[in-house]
Design a binder for this molecule. Structure first.
Ligand code: FAD
Ligand code: NAI
Length: 461
C-alpha cells in the first residue's frame, strides 16, 4: 500500500518539530501539520521563549535599580514596556522562523491547518486528505480552567495574556504557586506590580524537594510576593475598576473578597486533543485526557503520541527527546528516553533546578541515601557577584554512591543542573563529580563541593 508520507506529525511544538527534523534526517518522507501560522508550538510562541525573554529583561530592570549603585554604577532607570515587548517578540519571531529554515533544510513539508485523524493512516487537514504510514500526535496542552473564573485574556488572563499585558498592573493576583505563577509573577513584580499568590496547598512549587520549597518561599517572600497558602479562589467577577475575587480556605469557609487589576490563572495545563478524532480510530486516553502510550506507541498500530499530550512532565525538552526517540523507532533504529534524568528548571531569580528523585521520594520508596549540601554563601564567584542565596544538594545511594538526584536553588543553577544530569546518564557516583577538576572561581564549584559533602569532605565550608 502506498502513502503520501512515511510520517505525518500533528503539532509543530518542540515534540512535533524535533520529531519532524529527525525523521527528515533519517530519510523518511515527512509532513508536520500545525494550526498556527508559525512553528514552535506553545514553547516558542507563548511559553518558554517569550517568558524567558521577559524574565531576562525584567531581571536587568530590577538589577539596574537595586544592585548597580552598590557596585559603583550610577544609572537612571525607567521602564519602556512597549520596547520590552517588542524585544520579546523579536526573540520569538527569530526562533520560529529558524524552525521554518530547519524544516526546509531537512525536507519536512510544513502544512498549515487543523489536523484530524480520520483513519489509521489518514489525516484530514481542513478538508484535504493526507495518508501516512505513521501518524505522530504532538498536539501539546492547554490551560486548565478554573470553575467560576472565566479567562478573557484582558483582566483575567492565562499565561498567554500575562505575556502581553499593555501596562503594569498595580495589583496582580496569581492563582497557583507553581512554575508559571512564580515566573510570570516575578516578571510583573519586578516591573512594579504588587503580587499576591493564592495557592491551594500549604506550600509553593508542589513536587519539588522540600528544602528547596522552603528556601524558595522565604526568598520570594522577601522579594515582595504575598503568599496566601492553603486557600482557593471560588469566584472572580470582572468590574470596571478591576476584578473582584473571592477566596476561601482550601477546606472551605473564611470567605474574603479583594479587588485586583489583573488575575493570572495558572493552576496547571491539560492535554489538548479536542476534535482530533481519537475516538473514531479508538486511541485510548486516561481519565484526565492524556493519550496512553508505551514507548510513544498508542494502542492503535502506527499511531504514536509524544510531548505534553501524553504522560510525564510537561516540559519542552521532554517533548523534544520523545520526538527524537519516536522518529528513531519509526525508522527502525533504537530510540530511548531516560525519564530518571530529565531536568526541570524554574527561571526565577534565584533559579531553581532539579533532576532525579527528591529526598521525600527516596524516603517513601525506602531507598537509603547519603546527602551532600553546599551553600552559595561559601562559593567565591557567587560572593564576587553578590548572589549568595541558595544551595546545591546532591543525593547518592548509601551503598553504591550512584547519584539519585540533585536539587538546587541559586545563581545559574538552570545551567549547573546539566552537569549532574550528564553524570546521572553515565550512572556516575557522587565521587566522580567530587574528583572532577572544576575551574576556579566558578559557580560550578558549588556542585563539586556538594558532591564532596556526600562523603563529608567538602573543603570550602
Ligand atoms: P506544544 O508546544 O503545545 O505544541 C503543540 C502544537 O500543536 C501547538 O502549536 C498547537 O497549535 C498544535 N496543534 C494542536 N492540535 C492541533 C491539530 N489538531 N492540528 C494541528 N496543529 C495542532 N517548558 C520548558 O521545558 N521550559 C520552559 O521554560 C517552559 N516555559 C513555559 C512557559 C509557559 C508560559 C508555558 C505555558 C509553558 C512552558 N513550558 C516550558 C512548557 C512547554 O511549553 C511545553 O512542555 C512544550 O511546549 C510541549 O511541547 P509539545 O510539542 O508537546 O506541545
Ligand atoms: P503547576 O502545576 O506548576 O502549578 C499549578 C499550581 O496551582 C500548583 O501549585 C497547584 O497546587 C495550584 N492549584 C491548583 N488548583 C488550584 C486552585 N484551585 N487554587 C489555587 N491553587 C491551585 O502549573 P502551571 O504553573 O500552570 O504550569 C503548567 C505547566 O507548564 C507545568 O506543568 C510546567 O511543566 C510547565 N511550565 C514549565 C516551565 C519551566 O520549565 N520553567 C515554565 C512554565 C510552565
Amino acid at each position: 500500500m502506498s502513502f503520501d508520507y512515511d510520517v505525518v506529525i500533528i503539532g509543530g511544538g518542540p515534540g512535533g518539530y524535533n520529531c519532524a527534523i529527525r525523521c527528515g534526517q533519517l530519510g523518511l518522507k515527512v509532513a508536520c501539520v500545525e494550526t498556527r501560522k508559525t512553528l514552535g508550538g506553545t514553547c516558542l510562541n507563548v511559553g518558554c521563549i517569550p517568558s524567558k525573554a521577559l524574565l531576562h529583561a525584567s531581571e536587568l530592570y530590577e538589577s539596574a535599580q537595586n544592585d548597580f549603585a552598590g557596585m559603583g554604577i550610577k544609572a537612571t532607570v525607567s521602564l519602556d514596556l512597549k520596547t520590552m515587548m517588542k524585544s520579546k517578540e523579536s526573540s520569538v519571531n527569530g526562533l520560529t522562523q529558524g524552525i521554518e529554515y530547519l524544516f526546509k533544510k531537512n525536507k519536512v513539508d510544513h502544512i498549515i491547518g487543523f489536523g484530524k485523524i480520520t483513519g489509521k493512516n489518514a489525516v484530514d487537514v481542513d478538508g484535504k486528505a493526507i495518508s501516512a504510514k505513521h501518524i505522530v500526535i504532538a498536539t501539546g496542552s492547554e490551560v486548565a480552567a478554573l470553575p467560576g473564573v472565566d479567562i478573557d485574556e484582558k483582566k483575567i488572563v492565562s499565561s498567554t495574556g500575562a505575556l502581553s499585558l499593555g501596562k503594569v498592573p498595580k495589583k496582580l493576583l496569581v492563582i497557583g504557586a507553581g512554575v508559571i505563577g512564580l515566573e510570570l509573577g516575578s516578571v510583573w513584580r519586578r516591573l512594579g506590580a504588587e503580587v499576591t499568590v493564592v495557592e491551594y496547598l500549604d506550600h509553593i512549587l508542589p513536587g519539588m524537594d522540600g528544602e528547596v520549597q522552603k528556601q524558595a518561599q522565604r526568598i520570594f517572600k522577601k522579594q515582595g510576593f504575598d503568599f496566601k497558602l492553603g486557600r482557593k479562589v471560588t469566584a472572580a467577577k470582572t468590574m470596571k475598576s478591576g476584578v473582584k475575587v473571592t477566596t476561601e480556605a482550601s477546606a472551605g469557609g473564611d470567605a474574603k473578597n479583594t479587588t485586583y487589576d489583573v488575575v493570572l490563572v495558572c493552576i496547571g495545563r491539560r492535554p489538548f486533543t479536542t476534535n482530533l478524532g481519537l475516538d473514531a480510530v479508538g486511541v485510548a486516553t486516561d481519565k484526565r485526557g492524556f493519550i496512553e502510550a508505551d514507548h510513544f506507541k498508542t494502542n492503535v498500530d502506527g499511531i504514536w503520541a509524544i510531548g505534553d499530550c501524553t504522560h510525564g512532565p510537561m516540559l519542552a525538552h521532554k517533548a523534544e527527546d520523545e520526538g527524537t526517540a519516536a522518529a528513531e523507532l519509526i525508522a527502525g533504529k533504537a530510540g530511548h528516553v531516560n525519564y530518571d534524568a530529565i531536568p526541570g528548571v524554574v527561571y526565577t531569580k534565584p533559579e531553581i533546578a532539579s533532576v532525579g528523585q527528591t529526598e521525600e521520594q527516596l524516603k517513601a520508596a525506602g531507598i537509603k541515601y547519603k546527602k551532600g549540601k553546599f551553600p552559595f554563601q561559601a562559593n567565591s564567584r557567587a560572593r564576587c557577584n553578590h548572589e549568595t542565596d541558595g544551595f546545591v544538594k546532591i543525593l547518592a545511594h548509601a551503598e553504591t554512591d550512584e547519584i539519585l538526584g540533585a536539587h538546587m536553588i541559586g545563581v545559574n543553577v538552570g545551567d549547573l543542573i546539566a552537569e549532574v544530569t550528564l553524570a546521572m546518564e553515565f550512572k556516575a557516583a557522587s565521587e566522580d563529580i567530587a574528583r572532577t577538576c572544576h575551574a576556579h572561581p566558578t559557580i560550578t564549584e558549588a556542585v563539586r563541593q556538594a558532591a564532596m559533602d556526600v562523603e563529608k569532605w567538602a573543603m570550602q565550608m
